[in-house]
Design a protein around this ligand. Structure first.
Ligand SMILES: NC(=O)c1ccc[n+]([C@@H]2O[C@H](COP(=O)([O-])OP(=O)(O)OC[C@H]3O[C@@H](n4cnc5c(N)ncnc54)[C@H](OP(=O)(O)O)[C@@H]3O)[C@@H](O)[C@H]2O)c1
Length: 320
């Protein structure tokens, strides 16, 4: 069995990851670290969690390192990973660290773990920076056509408020979100930098948050050097992702409800302008907590350790 721990296990991402790891047949969860939940049974907090003997504990970096884990998942707010990484580095060269924050996404000594694009690099990697949620959608929505872009594309994003984490803020305040959409960080968002870096193509990204809980919709608008029809565009995406089971291409534009609660990311709604040659628009949806975080971390673990395990779609979320 692969011995794992989740640090930051109370958070939206950590809790989602614990649930997925609990279902993984080759994984044993040694620890779920949270200060607020310390002492509570994980099964009383996470619906359907099968291990009734595992309790949350508040672990300091040294205690995490002493566990000599096979895989340590860090699901902490940005800026907190370093002490855990340093303690693990000092104690064991064999632990694989998968960091879900942005702390190592710009560090060339870590592998940027985007499984559909970096499969070869992730296999066997020991230090993996999991991509951001919006960044996952934006780069997968642009990767097949990035070489054909004539200018920086514009990405209009709307996220459910779970994207803002559990710490109270304006972006997850239900009173402010009611009947509302909040624009924020309209230039220089960290995911704009992340996508521009990983695609080697400047992009323009304007994020918004709305009152639904989970899911992201990205409407991507750009200009191609050579005009294409919508069908040619769709076919190019179909070909690019033919061996990527967690990316679905559709003719219709996907909506948030099509991706929320699912492991896979949807791309569709390919449209080209009749007035302006080369102008195209497409739509990407994904679940920020799954493909945008926990699912992708699990894909990265499976690849890093060469585990054969297929993720099944969830059917548990009912929106009606
Ligand atoms: N939410 C998303 O959609 C999403 C998607 C992709 C990536 N991410 C990234 O994933 C990470 C976690 O996000 P989240 O939304 O799950 O955040 P969150 O809901 O705010 O959870 C943060 C977690 O970190 C723990 N924590 C907070 N401060 C800590 C400290 N000083 N020392 C130790 N533990 C601390 C919290 O537990 P205790 O306070 O109980 O210890 C909690 O478990 C972030 O870096 C975020 O950017 C988030």
């Amino acid at each position: 069995m692969i011995r794992v721990a989740v640090i930051g296990a109370r958070g939206y991402v950590g809790a989602e990851l614990l649930g997925l790891l609990d279902s993984h047949p080759q994984v044993e969860i040694l620890a779920a670290s949270s200060r607020a939940h310390a002492g509570k049974s994980v099964a009383t907090v996470i619906d359907g969690f099968s291990n009734t003997t595992l309790n949350f504990t508040a672990l300091e970096p040294k205690a995490v390192a002493d566990l000599k884990l096979d895989v340590c998942f860090l699901a902490l707010p940005n800026g907190l990973a370093t002490n855990f990484v340093a303690a693990i580095d000092a104690a064991s060269a064999t632990t694989t660290i998968i960091d879900l924050s942005a702390d190592y996404r710009f560090d060339d000594s870590w592998v940027y773990g985007q499984p559909e694009r970096q499969r070869g690099l992730v296999t066997g990697a020991k230090r993996i920076a999991n991509p951001g949620c919006y960044a996952t959608g934006a780069q997968l929505g642009l990767a097949p056509i990035v070489a054909q872009l004539a200018e920086p594309p514009a990405i209009f994003g709307i996220s459910g408020y779970s994207g803002a984490g559990t710490t109270p803020s304006r972006n997850n305040d239900s009173k402010i979100l009611k009947n509302n959409i909040i624009p924020y960080k309209l230039t220089d968002h960290i995911h704009e930098r992340e996508v521009s870096r990983t695609l080697a193509q400047q992009v323009r990204f304007s994020p918004h948050v709305a009152s639904f809980f989970r899911g992201i919709q990205l409407t991507i608008s750009g200009k191609l050097k050579q005009p294409m029809t919508a069908t040619e565009l769709e076919n190019q995406f179909q070909n690019y992702y033919q061996n990527s089971p967690l990316v679905n291409i559709s003719t219709a534009a996907p909506e948030v409800r099509d991706a929320a609660g699912k492991h896979s990311l949807q791309i569709g709604g390919f449209t080209v302008s009749e007035q302006e040659p080369g102008h195209f628009v497409l739509v990407v949806t994904l679940d920020n907590l799954l493909k945008g975080a926990a699912t992708q971390a699990l894909q990265n673990m499976n690849l890093a350790l060469s585990l054969e395990y297929k993720l099944n779609e969830f059917d548990g979320i009912n929106y009606d």
